[in-house]
Design a protein around this ligand. Structure first.
Ligand SMILES: [Zn+2]
Ligand SMILES: [Zn+2]
Length: 371
């Protein structure tokens, strides 16, 4: 009797089946509808955006490639047992890799997974294809993060009068922009923070080398004084090397536009807040002309800032071909001086400042508010 064999039917489609044709009560066609040769598990993997190392079981796996596809291949190999679950005797291979869905810090690799095999020994071999999604999450590996932290430690501190500090910040940012724009590939070449402090402004740099370049350019251009200090802020746990914080304190010239300085026999009216290209523009009161003088003169210890009380105010009463008549606005006395002794134009009715040196009166030119 064949009744024993006739009792078997596919529970889905009702087809009569031989004993060795049945799997979980189903025929092969129905089985394939409900079960797979394999399943894929989409996973998220941390990848270092700098060196492309990837994380596996809490450890960073180093790679020797700059191609993301090669990295994906390596991830597939090392994580194969996690991402593909086989049912039966199945051979797995990976096909095409496509990148899609680019979010802020995640790229998804879509990988075609091909399985060839059979769910039970008596069944025929067949093929199945599925897409696996590998979400590559970009971050910084331990090593690269450490390097970034180390280079965080360079600071330029701008110190001086608030107005001058603001102007020096502009100069610094311009310098930084021109230097950094040439180094777009340098990952450490950036300003990480700008902070106002009680004494001035602190600018944090990602690169000690670039902070140094800028600090010394400020010294040469603005005639600032640089004081370098360095302190240990931490210890690298991996290399047990000290991590330093390098500070470049940039002290601006302690004089501003409108200050009257006495250096040796000279009296100089400062015409600019900040020097430019290493020189400061002044009006030499005694010589009666504009000059650009090297900054180092102004850092001399014997430079005296002439106090404002010594400056007298006058009104120009009349201007003739040879003479100018002035009236002192404190005591209303008038005096006449040679027009040749005034190195700039004066007009009737204007107020003018002057200073008396060794009995002689020197008029001071007006300083424009904005250049
Ligand atoms: Zn069936
Ligand atoms: Zn890295």
């Amino acid at each position: 009797m064949s009744s024993n064999r006739k009792k078997l039917f596919c529970i889905e489609c009702g087809r009569p089946l031989d004993k060795n044709e049945i799997i979980n009560g189903l025929c092969i066609e129905c089985y394939r509808k409900f079960y797979s040769l394999f399943d894929v598990n989409d996973i998220k993997v941390d990848v270092c955006r700098k060196c492309l190392a990837f994380k596996h079981r809490d450890k960073w796996v180093r790679v020797k490639t700059y191609e993301l596809k090669d990295v994906v291949q390596q991830i597939l190999q090392i994580k194969a047992s996690y991402i593909v679950e086989k049912h039966g005797k199945v051979e797995i291979s990976f096909g095409s890799i496509n990148f899609e869905k680019r979010e802020k810090d995640t790229i998804t690799a879509v990988i075609e997974v091909v399985g060839v095999g059979k769910p039970s020994p008596n069944l025929p071999v067949y093929e199945e294809r599925k897409n696996l999604k590998l979400h590559l999450h970009f971050t910084a590996c331990q090593k690269c993060a450490q390097i970034t932290r180390e280079h965080f430690k360079a600071i330029i501190q701008l110190r001086g009068e608030p107005e001058k500090v603001d102007k020096a910040l502009n100069t610094t940012l311009q310098l930084a922009e021109s230097i950094l724009s040439k180094r777009e590939k340098d990952n450490e070449a950036f300003i990480t923070k700008i902070k106002k402090t009680r004494g001035g402004i602190d600018i944090y740099f990602g690169s000690n080398r670039i902070a140094r370049m800028i600090a010394y350019k400020l010294r040469d251009d603005l005639g600032a004084k640089i004081v370098e200090t360095r302190k240990i802020v931490s210890k690298d746990r991996q290399t047990s090397k000290n991590v330093y914080q390098q500070t470049f304190s940039v002290r601006l010239l302690p004089f501003k536009k409108g200050d009257l300085l006495q250096i040796d026999e000279h009296v100089l009216l400062v015409l600019d807040d900040l020097p430019s290209r290493g020189k400061l523009k002044v009006f030499n009161v005694i010589l009666g002309k504009e000059e650009k003088l090297p900054i180092k003169i102004f850092w001399r210890e014997d430079v005296k800032n002439i106090i404002k009380e010594k400056i007298e105010r006058f009104m120009v009463i009349s201007v003739s071909k040879k003479h100018v008549t002035l009236m002192n606005l404190q005591n209303y006395s008038s005096l006449e001086i040679d027009k040749d002794d005034i190195p700039f134009e004066v007009t009737e009715g204007e107020e003018i400042e002057a200073i008396k040196l060794k009995g002689k009166l020197y008029l001071l030119p007006k300083i424009m508010e904005k250049e």
